[in-house]
Design a protein around this ligand. Sequence first.
Ligand SMILES: [Zn+2]
Length: 511
Amino acid sequence: MYQVLARKYRPKIFDEIAGQDNIVQTLKNAVIHDRIAHAYIFSGTRGVGKTSIARILAKSINCENGPTINPCGVCSACVQIQNGSSVDVIEIDGASNTGVDAIRDLKENIIYLPQSFKYKIYIIDEVHMLSNSAFNALLKTLEEPPAHAKFIFATTELHKVPETILSRCQRFNFKRIPTDIIYRKLKEIAAAEDISVTDENLMIMASLADGSVRDSLTTFDTIISYFGKDIKEDISPVLGLTVKAAIVDLTYAIFKKDYEASIKLAKEIHDSGADIRQFIKQLAFYIRNILIIKLKYKDLINDMTDEEINALIPLAGQKHSEELLDMIDILLNSDTKYQKISSPSLTLELTLFRLINIPPKHNVTELINKIDKFISLKTNPAENPKMEGKTGKFNLNDEALTPPPPAFDSSFALRQPLPKTAAPAPAQTDRQVKIAPNDGNNTHGGSDEFFAHFDKIDEKLAQENGKQETNALIDDGIKANEAEKLDESIIMESIKDIFGKDIERIDRTKK
Ligand SMILES: [Zn+2]
């Protein structure tokens, strides 16, 4: 007979519990040192291991070889608790109608010694659902529990449990299980079940589960019954999701500002029967991941395989992080913004139009001003005493000017100035150079802000790279007067290298 995966792979010992390390360790210590509380309350969303841990704890205490952190699993206590057939380990569902009756029975029977085990253990699931009278009955028992009784309460809504109950329990808050842990669990189970499934598909199931191992296994069951043991094609449509390939294609079209291609793709997605709201959410998450890559917090992405992450890197280089943020805002607000439109496909089209028409975050005038300011400071260091030693800190990878390429090293500018292969930069005499007035007192001129800005970026980059190494390099660079090497042409070249077209426009405005 087929047993559903969630049941078949329900953890039987502490070490099989995924993603709740602190709780497991605390409970193990309690068992080892024989300091098991008379009442526990486990709170957390569904499918994160509350009931599993409750049963394991019950076994640990009652196992014939116990108390032990490794219940044998074969003695009658272990077997009965595992099957839920023990008379001494009583599971009560607070949500069911029998809740009140069960608590009345509990109150009457708790005084009797356990029939065959060391302890009577009451596991009450969804304890917050008990009625007031049930809570009152329970409270009386909790105030003076017999030595042979233990309570384990589980709830998904801790705030609904009366304070009087909570104050008599040891509390454990169960976390949502991180997607990568669920992913690994699914992978193990796939191997054990001899199921051939792609990493991408496992990742889809893991990220849909929203922290619940049980949910991911239920999804896996659905997928297995649909595809059998060979799960190679994208499972998204079966789960009401849009295939990842469509999201990738559409993102490329949006980034290229190709309105026609975007609309075509949107139509295809709509025609495929996808839920447009769900799709917009998926797209928002995809762009969120691009932003994360851009900000170099790769570890925060937990719903993609390494290959998928690598595919995002070129996209991350194309947009300013603020533009990406704007795009996410547009996507997340599209629902409210277009709520009067009953046509989902029109909502999607309008949203795409807005995504494509986001104004670029840097404007050319601002850029020219910045370069002007820098050149003026560079050519007239006397204008600003702060300049000495500061030049070395000028970072070509300025976030405000341009998105840094993902693997860009903040010390890049000091270590390897770009070769001067392309056209030379305009001589500064050709340009209108604004020089901060030097009245003898105002030694900073208008450059304070300028330096503060670059200092901030240097600091941020140093933090991001977590390296004092960077600072050391910058300092060394300053000492070695590396700064001298950073002449205007290199700066222009570097900016041009990163910026492309916009710089050409600057060149043209000069002529
Ligand atoms: Zn045992």
